[in-house]
Design a protein around this ligand. Structure first.
Ligand code: NAD
Ligand code: MG
Length: 393
């Protein structure tokens, strides 16, 4: 029986996680769930999975939330704030933490789980992009078990040999990691239409259903850029080891190319319950509710290179990855500010890349030697990004 905390339970990944967990009451129990604003969804989830604790971000919501919970006869204890988030990740009863808060807000609780040596199911790619080597050092030092939930990294993890040694591609006969991406909703949109893209259009992903921030990142392919950086740290890769391949059908979730010409790919319908189930039950396989691929319906199966002028954010992120930690922390922070401004109607879709590029140009490149340092650098990049947003507005 595994005992699990689900960070960001009300989100797309969080709800899919509870969905898989509830299919296997003999294998999993929920210790805690956490939520930020969607309190109604949090109550429904609590009724569904009876967690011991529920963590809210905002103390103002405590009494109204507790009343909602009483109406449903739910006995979970309600906790509030950042320390409570850390506590439900590091509690001795917990063995697995699903990290599914969106953005930099997920960093500290995820690190709390890592430092407590838990199995950490990493959906929150931003925390690894922000901290890179410091995060991976903490994983090694505290003997945490880090399993990727991002579908591409979960696919790569499944395609690597079982004795793969971190960073040692040569020993395993690996030539390249092929990171696939659908290209999002604007893969074939005419260039002159990009300035008029609305938030709802950007969030209408053709193959995946996800939260709004990652949907915009997928449309701009910043998501693939963040995943490029994520892959580097998760598997100990060099930038030249990773190639991004467009695959609009999202059936192949990524591939490993070996030196003998073999390519091993992981396939499946685009449904996050597959990687979530694999992370929850690793190394075993459990049912997830995802339908098997119907090969007779796969009439089109195509691949191409992502175009630099269509997806400037992808190439900015790869450039930041080559520059190092200071640049990747900065571009992640800038992008969070830019995407929020786009979703609030303050800037155009095409301005997201302008904000990211200008922050990369303006921020001082410094060595980040501690998490405190990372958080300060992240804050500095956010201030710069906000200034640029104001000028664009
Ligand atoms: P979402 O927007 O649907 O959910 C985000 C969750 O984070 C919600 O539970 C929300 O309450 C919580 N949250 C937001 N701000 C918070 C704050 N300041 N403090 C505490 N909690 C906060 O997002 P999602 O699509 O589920 O994505 C979650 C993470 O997983 C992201 O990092 C994303 O990049 C990653 N991811 C998502 C998918 C997907 O298919 N949705 C796939 C791969 C990776
Ligand atoms: Mg992904």
């Amino acid at each position: 029986m595994r005992t699990i905390t689900v960070l960001g339970a009300t989100g797309s990944i969080g709800q899919n996680t509870i969905n898989v967990i509830c299919r296997h009451p003999d294998k999993f129990r929920v210790f805690a769930i956490t939520g930020h604003t969607n309190l109604k969804a949090l109550v429904q989830l609590a009724v569904q999975c009876s967690p011991r604790y529920i963590v809210l971000s905002d103390s103002d919501a405590y009494s109204s939330f507790s009343n909602l919970l009483k109406l449903e006869n739910c006995n979970s204890e309600v906790l509030v704030g950042a320390q409570a988030l850390d506590n439900v990740c590091s509690a001795p009863e917990v063995d697995t933490v699903m990290s599914a808060i969106v953005g930099a807000a997920g960093l500290l609780p995820t690190l709390a789980a890592v430092r407590a040596g838990k199995r950490v199911l990493l959906a929150n790619k931003e925390s690894l992009v922000m901290t890179g080597e410091l995060f991976m050092d903490a994983v090694r030092e505290h003997k945490a078990e880090l399993l990727p939930i991002d579908s591409e990294h979960n696919a790569i993890f499944q395609c690597l040999p079982h004795d793969f040694q971190y960073g040692n591609l040569e020993k395993s006969g690996i030539a390249k990691i092929l990171l696939t991406g659908s290209g999002g909703p604007f893969r074939t949109l005419a260039d002159e239409s990009f300035d008029a893209i609305t938030p709802d259009q950007a969030c209408a992903h053709p193959t995946w259903t996800m939260g709004r921030k990652i949907s915009v990142d997928s449309a701009s392919m910043m998501n693939k850029g963040l995943e490029f950086i994520e892959a580097k740290w998760l598997f100990g890769l060099h930038e030249n080891d990773i190639e991004v391949v467009l695959h609009p059908q999202s059936t192949i979730h990524s591939m490993v190319q070996y030196v003998d010409g073999s390519v091993i790919a992981q396939l499946g319908n685009p449904d996050m319950r597959t990687p979530i189930a694999y992370g929850l039950s690793f190394p075993d396989r459990i049912t997830s509710g995802v339908k098997a691929v119907d090969f007779s319906s796969l009439t089109d199966f195509s691949f191409s290179k992502p175009d630099k002028s269509r997806y400037p954010n992808l190439y900015l992120a790869i450039e930041a990855c080559k520059q190092g930690q200071s640049a990747t922390t900065a571009i992640n922070a800038a992008n969070e500010i830019a995407v929020e401004a786009f979703l609030n109607g303050q800037i155009k879709f095409t301005d997201i890349a302008r904000v990211n590029e200008q922050v990369l140009q303006k921020i001082d490149s410094i060595e980040l030697t501690s998490i405190v340092h990372v958080i300060e650098h992240d804050a500095e990049a956010r201030i710069l990004a906000q200034e640029i947003v104001r000028k664009l507005n």
